[in-house]
Design a protein around this ligand. Structure first.
Ligand code: SF4
Ligand code: SF4
Length: 640
C-alpha cells in the first residue's frame, strides 16, 4: 500500500511547496520591472561560492559553521538517494566511506542544531533580538528529524548486525535498542521510519511558508545580486519621470522587493551599524523586515495595516535620516542584501517630490546650488588656497599630466586646506606635472546625492565633467574619498572616462618608484581609521596603511573594528551637514575606539573623517596629546 501512497505524498508535498513559492512570487511582482540580468557565468560561480559554499556566512566561525552543518545535514535525504543509486554502479568500499561521511555529517548537523538553540536561547546575542516562535519550531523540527534518522540507523544496525564501523554514530544509538527484542526493534524501525518520512515531507511542504523559505530566497538573492561598485545608485531620467524616488512599496523594483524576502534576520548587519550602535532609531535588519511585513500586508486580501504609508508609518523620518551610508550592512550581509539603495529612494521622494526634509539639509542644498560647496563660501574664492603656492590652473598651464581635484574640503575648510598644501608640496618634490581647476572647479555632488537630491547632484556632476573635458583631462587626483568615489564610480553614468586616483594610491606609487624619499619619523604609535568611501565603497584598505608603514619609526596599530568592519566616523550619507541629536555621537564612539589603542596619532585619508576625529579628540580633551593627521601630512613631514 505504502509503495503507492508514498510517491503520491511526495508529489503532494512538492506541490504544496511550489504553490507557496508561486504565492510568494506574487508579492515580488507588485514591484517595477527590474534591470536585465547579465553575467550569468559569474552569477552561477557566486551562487556556488556564497550560496552553496556559504563563504560569507563562514566569515564568522561559530554561527558560520553552525549554519553550514545544519544546511548540509538537511541535504542528507537527497544524499542518501544519490548514494543508493551510486552504489549500484560503484565498488562497495565507496558505499562504506559514503556511509561514514553521511553519519558524521548528521552528527555535525545535530550538534549544530543544539548549538544554534544554545546561542539563540541561552547566549542571546543582541543581534538576534527578534527571535520568535518560528525559530524555535524550526530548530525542534530539525532536531527531531536528525535524531530520528540516527534512531532508524541504530535499529538497522541492531536488527541486521551490520558492520558498525561504517556508521559510528548510528552504532552509538544502536546500544539504546539492544535490550529490546527483535520484534520490538522491527516495529520501532518501521514506526520511526514512517514518522521520519512524514516529518521530512512536512518540512518540504512547509519550506515556502516558514523561515525555511530563505533556502530559496537567499540563494536566489545571491544569484541576482548587484555587481559593480557596491555604492552605485540608480540614476533618474528627469526627462520622463513624473515623481522622484519611492513613497509606495510597489515603486521598488521586483529585485528590491525580493531582497526584502531574502533577509534571514541573522542580524550581522546591525552588529556593525553605526546608527544602531549609537542608539539611533535605525537597524538595517529591522528596516528590511518592516518593509517586508508591509509588502505582505499590502498584498493581503484583508489587513488593517494595508493603508499605512511607507514613509512615516513603516519607516520613520528619523530612521531614514539616521543612515550614514557607510555600507557596513551591505558588506556584512551573507546573502548580499542591500539597504542603502532603498533608503536613498525614500530620501529622494522626501527631497524632490514632497519636499519634506530637515532644515539644515535645505541650507546645504542652497549653498551647493549657489556656490557649489556645502558651506556657501563664494565660488570665486575656490582657488584661493593655491595663491601663495603658485599652483597653475588648467587654464594657465601649457599642459599637465594630472588634474589635482581637492574638492570642497580641500579648497575651503581651513584644516583640510593644510592637507591640500601638503599634497601640493609632495607633488612638487616628486616632479609631478599637475594643475588645478581653481575657481572653475565645482562640488562633486556626493552629499547632494546621498541626501536624496539627485537633480542637484546631476547638475553638479555634468558641470564638472564639461569643464574637465574642456581641458582634455585624462587623469584626476583626489584627496577626498567622497570625491574619489563620485568621479570614479558615479560620473561615468554621464559619459566621463577619466582615470581617477585617491592620494593614498598615488602617494604609494611615488614612494615605490623612488620619486619621494623618506627619512625616519619620531617613534610614533599610529592608529589608522578606514574611511567607508575608500574602504567598503572602493576596496582600498592597503594603500593608506602601506603609505604609513613606509615611514620608519611609525608603529601602525589596528583598531578592533578595522578594514571592512571599520566603524564609520558618522559623516557619510550627508550626515556631515546634519545635527546629531539622537543617541550617542558616532564620531566620539569612533574616537574612543581609536583611543583604546593608546595611539600618539590617529591617521585618516578623508576630510570628513579628519574633521570628525578632530572633534572627537577635542571633546575627550586629547587634542594636545594625540595628533590627528591625514596620511599626506605624515609623508610631508617625513620627506627628505
Ligand atoms: S549603511 Fe551603515 S548606517 Fe546605514 S543602515 Fe547600513 S550599516 Fe547602518
Ligand atoms: S540584511 Fe543580511 S545581514 Fe542583515 S539580517 Fe538580513 S540577512 Fe542578516
Amino acid at each position: 500500500m505504502f509503495a503507492l501512497i508514498d510517491p503520491l505524498l511526495i508529489v503532494i508535498a512538492l506541490i504544496i511547496c511550489i504553490t507557496g513559492l508561486v504565492r510568494r512570487a506574487r508579492l515580488w511582482k507588485i514591484g517595477q520591472k527590474a534591470e536585465h540580468i547579465e553575467n550569468i557565468g559569474l552569477r552561477i560561480k557566486d551562487f556556488l561560492i556564497y550560496g552553496i559554499g556559504q563563504a560569507k556566512i563562514l566569515k564568522e566561525l561559530y554561527p558560520g559553521l553552525m549554519h553550514f552543518f545544519i544546511f548540509f545535514a538537511c541535504l542528507i535525504p537527497l544524499l542518501v538517494i544519490f548514494a543508493s543509486q551510486a552504489t549500484l554502479h560503484l565498488p562497495v568500499v565507496f558505499a562504506n566511506y559514503f556511509s561514514v561521511f553521511l553519519d558524521l555529517l548528521g552528527a555535525a548537523g545535530l550538534i549544530a542544531v543544539l548549538l544554534a538553540a544554545f546561542r539563540r536561547y541561552i547566549q542571546k546575542p543582541e543581534r538576534l533580538d527578534d527571535t520568535g516562535k518560528d525559530d524555535a519550531i524550526a530548530l525542534v523540527w530539525l532536531f527531531v528529524i536528525i535524531s530520528l534518522g540516527f534512531c532508524i540507523e541504530g535499529l538497522r544496525i541492531s536488527i541486521t548486525g551490520a558492520d558498525a564501523r561504517w556508521a559510528p554514530v548510528g552504532a552509538v544509538f544502536s546500544y539504546a535498542f539492544l535490550p529490546f527484542g527483535t520484534q520490538l526493534q522491527l516495529f520501532l524501525h518501521s514506526f520511526f521510519w514512517r514518522i521520519h518520512f512524514f516529518l521530512v515531507l512536512a518540512l518540504i511542504a512547509c519550506i515556502t511558508y516558514t523561515k525555511f523559505l530563505h533556502i530559496f530566497t537567499s540563494a536566489l538573492n545571491i544569484f541576482l545580486r548587484k555587481y559593480g561598485s557596491p555604492g552605485q545608485l540608480r540614476g533618474i531620467d528627469f526627462g520622463t519621470a513624473e515623481t522622484y524616488g519611492v513613497s509606495n512599496i510597489e515603486e521598488f523594483t521586483t529585485t528590491q522587493l525580493f531582497n526584502l524576502d531574502a533577509c534571514t534576520r541573522c542580524g550581522r548587519c546591525q552588529d556593525n551599524c553605526p546608527a544602531h550602535l549609537s542608539d539611533k532609531p535605525l537597524s538595517p535588519k529591522k528596516l528590511l523586515q518592516d518593509m517586508k511585513k508591509h509588502m505582505e500586508e499590502k498584498t493581503a486580501d484583508r489587513s488593517k495595516d494595508k493603508d499605512k504609508s511607507l514613509i512615516g508609518d513603516i519607516v520613520s523620518h528619523e530612521t531614514l535620516w539616521s543612515c550614514t551610508m557607510c555600507l557596513s550592512c551591505h558588506s556584512q550581509c551573507p546573502v548580499f542584501d542591500t539597504t542603502v539603495d532603498k533608503t536613498i529612494e525614500l530620501r529622494r521622494y522626501l527631497v524632490m517630490t514632497e519636499p519634506n526634509f530637515p532644515g539644515e539639509v535645505q541650507a546645504v542644498f542652497k549653498n551647493m546650488e549657489n556656490n557649489s560647496n556645502p558651506w556657501g563660501v563664494g565660488a570665486h574664492t575656490r582657488g584661493d588656497w593655491t595663491k601663495e603656492l603658485g599652483v597653475k590652473t588648467a587654464s594657465e598651464a601649457d599642459s599637465f599630466d594630472i588634474l589635482f581635484y581637492p574638492g570642497c574640503a580641500g579648497a575651503f575648510d581651513d584644516r583640510y586646506k593644510k592637507v591640500s598644501i601638503a599634497l601640493t608640496q609632495i607633488l612638487r618634490k616628486a616632479g609631478v606635472n599637475f594643475a588645478v581647476l581653481g575657481a572653475e572647479e565645482g562640488c562633486c555632488g556626493d552629499s547632494a546625492r546621498r541626501l536624496g537630491n539627485e537633480y542637484l547632484y546631476e547638475t553638479l556632476a555634468q558641470t564638472n565633467i564639461e569643464v574637465m573635458k574642456n581641458y582634455n583631462v585624462n587623469k584626476i587626483l583626489t584627496i577626498c574619498p567622497h570625491c574619489f568615489n563620485s568621479l570614479k564610480n558615479d560620473y561615468p553614468m554621464y559619459g566621463s572616462e577619466f582615470e581617477v586616483l585617491h592620494h593614498s594610491e598615488f602617494l604609494m606609487k611615488l614612494i615605490s618608484n623612488g620619486s619621494i624619499k623618506l627619512k625616519s619619523s619620531e617613534n610614533m604609535k599610529v592608529a589608522y581609521h578606514d574611511s567607508c568611501f575608500l574602504g567598503r565603497y572602493n576596496d582600498i584598505y592597503d594603500y593608506p596603511r602601506d603609505v604609513l608603514q613606509s615611514i620608519s619609526g611609525i608603529n601602525l596599530v589596528e583598531m578592533d573594528r578595522n578594514r571592512d568592519k571599520s566603524f564609520c566616523c558618522g559623516a557619510g550619507g550627508g550626515r556631515m551637514w546634519m545635527e546629531e541629536d539622537i543617541g550617542k555621537r558616532i564620531n566620539e564612539m569612533r574616537t574612543d575606539q581609536a583611543l583604546d589603542k593608546n595611539p600618539d596619532a590617529i591617521a585618516t585619508a578623508c576630510p570628513y573623517c579628519l574633521t570628525m576625529i578632530d572633534d572627537g579628540l577635542k571633546v575627550r580633551e586629547k587634542s594636545d596629546s594625540v595628533k590627528s593627521l591625514d596620511i599626506a601630512e605624515f609623508i610631508v613631514k617625513a620627506m627628505e
